[in-house]
Structure formats: C-alpha cells, structure tokens
Design a binder for this molecule. Structure first.
Ligand SMILES: [Zn+2]
Ligand SMILES: [Zn+2]
Length: 557
C-alpha cells in the first residue's frame, strides 16, 4: 500500500491532465514536506516530486497525450461500459480512502488532546471542519466521512485483533480458534468492513447505519448486526432513500417500543423557516416535515398537481376533462403547487372561525388487526402502523389520535389472499353534530388555548376501542397541538355529568388533580352561571340536562 500511496500523486496528476485540468495536486500549504508535522505521513516524500507546484500548467512528459474525451471517443460500446464501470470503482475507492483519512483525522483531533489536537492546530474547531476544508465538501458530507471513517477504523481494529487472536491460538494448541470470545465485534462490523474494502459506498454505509440506529436494550447489537447483513446485498442495487427507509423499517420491526420515541424526535425537528430575501426580491421558504406532516402536505400538493405527476388515473369523462385542463395549464407544476398552497392558506384564513370543518384527511395509515390489539399495561396502544404512501412508521399514540376522527376500513383477506374492503364504522361527527360541538365548546377546550373552532378537531373521550359510537356528549374540541398532547403524553379528558375535566399525567401532577374545562363560548359560560343547579351530582342524566338542551335543538334542526 505504501507504494500506492507514493504513486497516488502521480495517478491524480495523470487523471487531471486526462480531463484537461492543470496537473497541480496535493500541494496544499500544510501537506508539503516542510509543513508536515504529522508523524507517519510518508507519502509526502519520495513519490511526490512536487508535481506542478513550480509550474502548475505544465504536466509531466509522457502524460500529455492522455486525453479522456479523445480516448473514450475511440472506445467501442463494450469498452465504454468497462470504462464507466471502472471510473465508478475509482470513485468508490476514492471515497473509501477519504473516509479512512477522515477517521484518522478524527482520532488525531480527539477532544481530549485539546489544543494539541490536529484540527485545533490547523485553527479549526473539529475534525469535521478540517475534513471539510481539505475535501472542499459540505459539512454534512465531511461529518459523514468522519463517522464512516471512525466505524471503518473500529472494524479494522476488530479484524486485526481477530487475526492476532487466531494465530496466537493456533500456536498455542493448534485447535480451531474461537475469536468471538476474545474480540468484541461492533454491530456495524459487516457494513464498515464492506465500506473499508470499497465494496459499499460510504453513502450507502451511512444510510444503513443511520437507519438502523444505535443499539439499545430493546434493539440489541446482535439483532442490528443481523439486519445489517440482510441489507448489505441490497445496497448496490437500491437507491439511497429507499435503502435508508428499509433500514428504518428493520429497526422498527426490531424495536417496536422505540417507534413512538423516534416519531417524537422527528416531530421535534419540524419547522418552517423564511430564508433571506435575495437580490431579485424573491424569498425562499424552508420546510422540515416529519413523516406525518409530510404525508398531509404531500397529499394536498399531489392532489393539486396529480395528473402531471402520473398520479391516479381519472376514469369518468368529467374527470378526464379536468385532468386535461390541468395538463393544458401553462403554469409549471411548481407554480401550481405554490398557487394551491397560497389559495389554501387564504381560504383557511377567511374561513368562518366558528365552523368545525370535517377532517377527512386523505392520508391513509395501514395497520394490522393484531397491532390494534397490542396495548401496554397502562392501556396505551403500543402496536404501530405505517403511513401508506411513504411507508414510514407511526406510533400507537398517533394511530389513536388519527382513529379518533377517521374512518376505519377493514381490509379482509380471503383464504386465497384476495382483499375486500369493509367499512367498520365512521368515527366522523356529522354536520349537525359538528355544529353542536362548535356551539358548546366555542374553540379548543384546553385551558388558555385561543384556537377558534375552525382550527379544532373532535376528540372522542371514550376511545374507539371501547366504543365505536360517535356522540356529541363524548366529543370535545381540541386544536391539533393539544389533541396531540393528549394522545402522546398521557393527559386525559373525562366527563363529569355534562362538564369536562382535564386529568394531568402523573409526571406533571403526582396527585392528578382534575382541572375543570371551561367552554370558550361566552354564551355557554353565561348559561352555566345562570343555572348552577344543573351541576348538582343528583341531577338528571346528562342528556336531558339544561346544558344539553340547546345542543339537542341544533341536532334536530
Ligand atoms: Zn383524540
Ligand atoms: Zn389548543
């Protein structure tokens, strides 16, 4: 290898000339023989005859005739394929070399070395920054190289130790060595080894290791390693996004209890940021969408631009005409997407804040009947589901919040696996029920929340698993944020006759003192003050109480 290192500058110089670039290479200020204070970097000596420092434009004799374009033009079809394949190989190997270097830089820049660490001495804060400046890549890419390089270093150390252990053992008793006893193998070993051998690109290695995540009690290292071995053969034929998704899927299968935690971590990272206005007066917006919000967002955008993007095919004549009109639209798909979003925002802002709109989200979640039966001792749903389009996992809490106001469709499978649909109950409040809820609650019922009715969704106080019925008395309006809080963090709403109370989780209030919920409607509060007797515990059953009356009237209108 040291010979190769010595020849590396020459190889690079030849490649550069071949591509019509100046031959100057590896002449960065601090890698020259004089500037080198890093022990062990021998490649800065013999082979590096300083190609081109003195005169970067002039290349070595004998390599000027190598011009990649001319050469490739003269190749036949088979040779071009060979050339392209080989070039890709060079790229992969080059990536592996960069990662090995980055891993070593990280070791030499270890935090514990303080100011004597390599990166610090170069005047940058971290190994990642140093790699970034050396490679001219983005910080993200540099960080990836450092991570993979570190993992590759670990894998290499294991290989060395295994070799040592086996040779020692063979010397000792000549028996078959048992290396697993002597060497602790990191779970990512198969991935890191493949990356260091150049058979796996560093971006694929990153997609797999990140998707599988770190080992925990619920996701032991041996299961992660087995998953890594399953993914490895797919790596070279699968695109990076899909590879990452497959890795996350493996993780979710191993570590079901971690789904909620990972979902929460992703949700924490969501956001919308206005970017700086540019010189022309245009302004960008950066959105970060967690899987659930992404599903809602994409569904709306896809619905607006569908026919262009090869979306669902329209069958009846009217729809075909609509699809054709959309395709004939002179606007670009991006323009239609933006116009749709702006229009939706304007409609939303103009919407009557007192009207509770039906939430018939087109987002579909797939869940097995078994998952809907998997509950923790506390009663929370621990089974998980999957967003139909992106196939990302959703937690039990998200499932229950969604089911709280959605249509449940059972897909039954016949003995020969032919699916047929059967609706097993709408949990949607109908129009009259929504009007009743709007009048009664007047907005999000959570204390101190000022979201109007149109911003709310109806939460079922009695979980669907206990009663599939949809009754106004057991519904309550909550904004999306508070609805999520309720399902995800253990807050509970209970009905006391016709009043509603909020019960905090033990973590928030160990005594779980009930917090009465006040209607946000001034009219309802006034009615309640006028008839305190209605709240007496010996009062008539809830449905015939005075507070219930106006609602019933609206119900039947
Ligand atoms: Zn709910
Ligand atoms: Zn709220």
């Amino acid at each position: 290898m040291s010979q190769i290192l010595d020849r590396l500058p020459e190889v690079v110089a030849q490649l550069r000339v071949g591509l019509g670039l100046p031959a100057q290479i590896l002449t960065d200020s601090h890698v020259g023989p004089a500037g080198s204070d890093t022990p062990g970097v021998s490649m800065s000596n013999a082979g590096r005859a300083d190609p081109g420092t003195s005169d970067p434009g002039v290349s070595k004799p004998g390599i000027t005739d190598l011009n990649a374009h001319d050469l490739v033009d003269r190749l036949d079809a088979d040779e071009v394929e060979w050339f392209t394949r080989t070039a890709a190989e060079v790229m992969k190997l080059g990536e592996a070399l960069v990662a090995i270097g980055a891993g070593r830089i990280a070791v030499l820049s270890d935090r514990e070395l303080g100011y004597s660490g390599l990166a610090q001495r170069r005047g940058v804060r971290t190994a990642e920054h140093l790699v970034q400046s050396l490679t001219g890549s983005s910080y993200r890419d540099a960080a990836r190289q450092v991570r993979i390089g570190g993992a590759m270093g670990e894998a290499k150390a294991v290989e060395r130790a295994q070799a040592q252990a086996s040779s020692r053992q063979v010397e000792a008793d000549g028996e078959e060595p048992d290396v697993s006893l002597t060497v602790k193998v990191p779970w990512h070993f198969p991935i890191s080894l493949a990356a260091s051998k150049g058979t796996l690109s560093t971006s694929a290695a990153e997609a797999i290791t990140r998707g599988l995540g770190d080992p925990t009690e619920d996701a032991p290292a041996d299961l992660l390693q087995a998953a890594a071995e399953r993914l490895l053969p797919l790596a070279n034929t699968t695109d990076m996004d899909e590879l990452g998704r497959l890795a996350r899927e493996e993780r979710n299968l191993i570590d079901v209890t971690g789904v909620a935690q990972r979902e929460g971590a992703l949700r924490e990272m969501r956001g919308l940021r206005m970017l700086r206005r540019d010189a022309t007066g245009m302004r960008g917006v950066a959105l970060r969408l967690d899987p659930e919000n992404e599903a809602i967002f994409s569904t709306l955008i896809d619905a607006a631009t569908g026919p262009r993007r090869g979306g669902p095919r329209f069958v009846d004549a009217k729809n075909i005409a609509a699809a054709e009109a959309l395709i004939a639209d002179p606007r670009s798909t991006e323009q239609i997407a933006l116009d749709t979003m702006i229009q939706l925002m304007e409609l939303g802002a103009e919407a009557d804040p007192g009207v509770l709109f039906p939430r018939q989200s087109a987002v579909r979640i797939v869940v097995t009947a078994d998952s809907l039966d998997t509950r923790s001792e506390a009663g929370g749903l621990t089974g998980t589901g999957m967003l139909e389009d992106s196939r990302e996992a959703v937690s039990g809490a998200t499932l229950e919040r969604t089911i709280c106001s959605a249509e449940l469709t059972a897909i039954l499978l016949s003995p020969d696996n032919v699916p047929f649909e059967s609706s097993i109950g709408k949990r949607l409040f109908d129009r009259r029920q929504r009007r009743a809820l709007a009048v009664r609650d007047g907005g999000c019922m959570f204390p101190n929340c000022d979201r109007p009715v149109s911003w709310t969704e109806a939460h079922h106080i009695i979980p669907w698993s206990m009663s599939p019925k949809t009754e106004v008395i057991d519904g309550i309006l909550l904004c999306r944020h508070h609805h999520m809080l309720l399902h995800n963090t253990g807050w509970v709403i209970r009905r006391r006759e016709t009043d509603y109370v909020l019960v905090p989780p033990v973590g928030v209030d160990p005594d779980q003192k009930e917090i009465p919920l006040e209607s946000k409607s001034g009219l309802m509060r006034a009615r309640k003050r006028a008839r305190p007797a209605a709240r007496a515990p010996t009062g008539p059953p809830a449905r015939s109480e005075p507070v219930g009356k106006p609602l019933d009237t609206i119900d039947s209108s």
